[in-house]
Design a protein. Structure first.
Length: 299
């Protein structure tokens, strides 16, 4: 039978029992390891799928006490999502901190991001930098975006080169943006922008798919192709890019890049409108349904 319960207060207190020296980071390991086996994650996921948070906690808590940063990160997610535990921003922050101390790169990234959001820039720099050193893609993107905003061009370019070498899609997208708008001292170059947008799009990065579609739609890189634009808007729409859902629907409604299909277009307009796109809501009024054909769902 599936079990439900809140975790006892004394267990939470033991989670919080950290020495002042440890909290100050004394003896922090410089390694990058979650120390959590895939089989342990799979077992915890299976327990949660059965709504058995007791078994999940019983599995992860001892591992967290043995120095598994990955276990601390798993418990943090449970508190964050309220999965068998009462949601607690404090415990999320605390467990991320514990996981960071135990060399889990995801915990380092989340700890650094939290410090940034609370205005502790020096601490944020330290932990996000640690996560970058461990090869964490989102940490590198966060630091890169900050360097660009701060005008620290040389450091931004170094991070950009590192991210491109590691083939991080988000970094390819940022590089494309810089060529697109002549940022970071780069000359405006639509062809180079398209090249990097396209590379990130092939990796499945939704915003890059939308950019590729827009380039084809407008012919910005010298090639105007409605068929390709419609294809890439559809790919971006499937990946959840809201504006692309509307753009794909508009192409359907106007027969751009393929057959005209008002009913299908209205289905996608409704989907985007429900997600909050005001243009989609307006288009629903501009393109009334034709006949009595039922809407057909797409992926």
């Amino acid at each position: 039978m599936a079990k439900k319960m809140g975790i006892r207060a004394d267990v939470v207190h033991r989670l919080l029992a950290i020495t002042a020296m440890f909290m100050l980071g004394s003896g922090t390991a410089q390694a990058c390891a979650a120390n959590l086996a895939p089989s342990q994650i799979a077992q915890a996921d299976a327990y949660l799928a059965e709504n058995n948070s007791v078994a999940t906690f019983a599995l992860m808590y001892p591992l967290s006490q043995q120095g598994s940063g990955g276990a601390n990160q798993y418990l943090s997610r449970m508190y964050e999502e309220g999965r068998g535990l009462k949601k607690s921003p404090f415990m999320v922050r605390h467990l991320n901190w514990m996981g960071a101390q135990d060399s889990d790169s995801e915990s380092m990234y989340r700890t650094g991001k939290d410090f940034f959001e609370r205005g502790f820039t020096k601490d944020g720099e330290y932990w996000v930098g640690r996560a970058v050193d461990c090869g964490h893609p989102e940490a590198l993107v966060l630091l890169l975006e900050r360097r660009i905003l701060e005008g620290r061009t040389s450091e931004a370019l170094q991070l950009m080169e590192s991210g491109v070498d590691k083939s991080f899609p988000a970094v390819k997208f940022i590089l494309a943006e810089q060529y697109d708008k002549a940022g970071l001292g780069l000359a405006k170059d639509p062809q180079m922008a398209f090249r990097w947008y396209y590379s990130a799009a092939k990796d499945g990065y939704a915003k890059a798919m939308a950019a590729v579609a827009y380039f084809f739609n407008q012919g910005i890189h010298g090639v105007q192709d409605d068929l390709a634009a419609r294809h890439w808007y559809f790919q971006a729409a499937k990946a959840g890019h809201i504006e692309s859902i509307t753009a794909y629907a508009w192409m359907l409604a106007n027969g751009k890049g393929g057959p005209k299909d008002i009913d299908e277009a209205r289905y996608f307009f409704k989907k985007a409108s429900k997600a909050g796109d005001k243009n989609a809501t307006r288009f629903l009024n501009e393109y009334p349904a034709e006949g009595s054909g039922a809407f057909r769902k797409k992926g």
